[in-house]
Design a protein around this ligand. Structure first.
Ligand code: ATP
Ligand code: MG
Length: 139
C-alpha cells in the first residue's frame, strides 16, 4: 500500500448514534478519497488481534467489548499526507481535549467511545488496511 493512504473505522457508538453519513461527508469534504469501504462487525478475535498492541493496557477488555458491540464502517482513505492529516481531522483520543470542528469533538461520546479510528503511521495504515480488506476490495 502506498504511503498516501490511511485506514479508518467509524466505531459502534457513532454508527448506532446515526453519525455515519455526517462523518463520511466530513471525510470527503476534507479531501480524502475512499478507495475501500465496508459495513461490518468485528468478532471478538478480530478486535483482540486488531488492538493487540493495547493488550496489556487496563482498558483492553472494555475496548474489545465496545468494538464488537455493533457494526462499524471500515475504510481505506487516500490523500497526500493521509495519516497525519486524518489524525488532525479526527482530533485527540479524548473528545474533551479534541479541537473544535474535529470529528471526535463533534461526534464522540468519551475517551473510550470516541467515534472513529485513524492509523498512527504509514506502516500501521498498511497493516490495518490489509487486515480488513483483500487486494480486490481496494480500488
Ligand atoms: P485509535 O487507535 O482508535 O485511532 P487513538 O490512536 O487516538 O485511537 P489509542 O491510544 O491508540 O488512541 O487507543 C485506542 C483506543 O482505545 C482509543 O481510541 C479508545 O477507544 C480506547 N482508549 C484509549 N485510552 C483509553 C482509556 N483511558 N480508557 C478507555 N478506553 C481508552
Ligand atoms: Mg491508536
Amino acid at each position: 500500500m502506498s504511503t498516501h493512504r490511511t485506514f479508518t473505522m467509524i466505531k459502534p457508538d457513532a454508527v448506532v448514534n446515526g453519525h455515519t453519513g455526517a462523518i463520511l461527508e466530513k471525510i470527503a469534504a476534507s479531501g480524502f478519497k475512499i478507495v475501500a469501504m465496508k459495513y461490518t462487525q468485528l468478532s471478538l478475535r478480530d478486535a483482540q488481534e486488531f488492538y493487540a498492541i493495547h493488550k496489556e493496557r487496563p482498558f483492553f477488555g472494555e475496548l474489545v467489548a465496545f468494538m464488537t458491540r455493533g457494526p462499524i464502517v471500515s475504510a481505506i482513505l487516500e490523500k497526500e499526507n493521509a495519516v497525519e492529516d486524518f489524525r488532525a481531522l479526527i482530533g485527540a483520543t479524548n473528545p474533551a481535549e479534541a479541537a473544535e470542528g474535529t470529528i471526535r469533538k463533534m461526534f464522540a461520546t468519551n475517551i473510550a467511545e470516541n467515534a472513529v479510528h485513524g492509523s498512527d503511521s504509514d506502516e500501521n495504515a498498511a497493516i490495518e488496511g490489509a487486515f480488513h480488506f483483500s487486494g480486490r476490495e481496494i480500488y
